[in-house]
Design a protein around this ligand. Sequence first.
Ligand SMILES: [Ca+2]
Ligand SMILES: [Ca+2]
Ligand SMILES: [Ca+2]
Ligand SMILES: [Ca+2]
Length: 242
Amino acid sequence: MFSNATGSPFATGTNPVSNATADLNGDGHLDLLFTNYISDNVSVLLGNGTGSFVAATPVPVTNGPREVEAADLDGDGDIDFLATNYSGNNVTVALNNGNATFTTSSVAVGTVPRGLAIGDLDGDGDIDFVAANYQSNTVSVMLNNGNAAFAQAVGSPVATGTRPVAVALADFDGDHDVDIAVTSNNTNNVSICSTTAPALLLRRRPQPPELVLGALRRAISTAMAITTWLLRISVPIRFRSS
Ligand SMILES: [Ca+2]
Ligand SMILES: [Ca+2]
Ligand SMILES: [Ca+2]
Ligand SMILES: [Ca+2]
């Protein structure tokens, strides 16, 4: 029941591997990103909302891009992206200039990074990432400082099975923090890396309800004290002026 949209198929670079969708230029229409493994760049296809796309200038990355994920990494309201560079042993951080053009830098991870997943791993409100290092048999856990500068988490890199490929992030053990699942190609298994491991302190635990209530009570009593003080000083002033 499907038929090609106007202009489909749309050209990418050489050997496109993975893609991500997001509104990159803020016009309300979904756009597409594709990693081009041989071209060493990421294609940007801007959607017009009818299923058709116009190619923007591809974004150069370091070497052999594989996975791509899109999110607002620097908190300025536009959508940026990350791409693992299989032959570059790093991850490209591409920050949106607000118009679907990007300023890039790269951050080192393990050897031959392949899979990529994004999420708030330390619970500070910004987007962190995990890269599966195919040759190192590890995942790199990289925490955002809020400005899209990434540093390794305590305990990272984390050992996995042999030849880790795909990564997923979710709370697998129900303790309200984000854990890591990574498939290993050669050992036919999935490693679950939980933040309960003593060396891997990825997050701040949620505040217990009694602490939140205590803080709320303190805020209310402070506000009441200020209101009383303001009334005390404003009433005589009003009497004098009338
Ligand atoms: Ca768009
Ligand atoms: Ca941004
Ligand atoms: Ca974070
Ligand atoms: Ca968890």
